[in-house]
Design a protein around this ligand. Structure first.
Ligand SMILES: O=C[C@H](O)[C@H](O)[C@H](O)COP(=O)(O)O
Length: 218
């Protein structure tokens, strides 16, 4: 089974968390895209979705699935999204696709966050994957200097602008031994909009597609 098939298997397993009449939060990326495509097959069962990116909104609408404004729907019962890294404690790194801010909003506004990924995303410690930070453009250099002071190596994601009009710094060489503490610390640097560590609000369920089948951690 190749990596894409493992992503699809994890996305398919997440369908079992859907209940009739739900409004479902939808993530961004290749695994979330599998989930969107599978959701199309049962779209009559749900009352709509809230999307974490323009790209996901477009894909959902392409399937004729309604996309609603978070402000008009309140708390979401379920949010399904991928991750770049995940630990057994269900701490995540997200933002490889640059959608981390809206993803963190939806995770925060959801009762249950189901993370779907292929097995290669499971790690003992976060941080091998460069940590994405969404940053206000005028603060780019300042935030980068603050990160260098902490021994990290920030790299501007060249030519990329987020759905919110900001830039992404991909931060290498960060030791993430205490994910909640580091998420909080980096969030406090002026100009940082969102840190790609999802630890203060981790996933509730992690579904991994592996060569031995689908594994669920919670
Ligand atoms: O900004 C993007 C998201 O955080 C994605 O969920 C993450 O990058 C994982 O993407 P993929 O499912 O394509 O591996």
């Amino acid at each position: 089974m190749d990596q894409d098939a493992m992503k699809k298997a994890a996305a398919e397993a997440a369908l079992s968390y859907i209940e009739n009449g739900m409004i479902v939060g939808i993530g961004t990326g290749s695994t979330a895209n599998h989930f969107i495509d599978l959701l199309a097959g049962i779209k009559a069962r749900i009352d709509g979705t809230v999307a974490s990116s323009e790209a996901s909104a477009q894909r959902l609408r392409g399937h004729g699935i309604p996309v609603l404004d978070l402000n008009s729907v309140g708390q979401l019962p379920l949010y399904v999204d991928g991750a770049d890294e995940a630990t057994r404690q269900l701490y995540l790194i997200k933002g490889g696709g640059g959608a981390l801010t809206r993803e963190k909003i939806l995770a925060g506004a959801s009762d249950r966050f189901v993370c779907v990924a292929d097995g290669s995303k499971l790690v003992n410690y976060l941080g091998k994957f460069p940590l994405p930070l969404e940053v206000i453009p005028m603060a780019r250099s300042f935030v980068a200097r603050e990160l260098v002071k902490r021994g990290a190596r920030p790299v501007l994601r060249d030519g990329f602008t987020t759905d919110n009009g900001n830039v992404i710094l991909d931060v290498h060489n960060l030791e993430i031994m205490e994910p909640v503490a580091l998420e909080t610390e980096l969030n406090m640097i002026p100009g940082v909009v969102t840190v790609g560590i999802f630890a203060a609000r981790p996933a509730d369920v992690l579904i991994l597609g592996t060569a031995e089948g689908v594994k669920t951690l919670s």
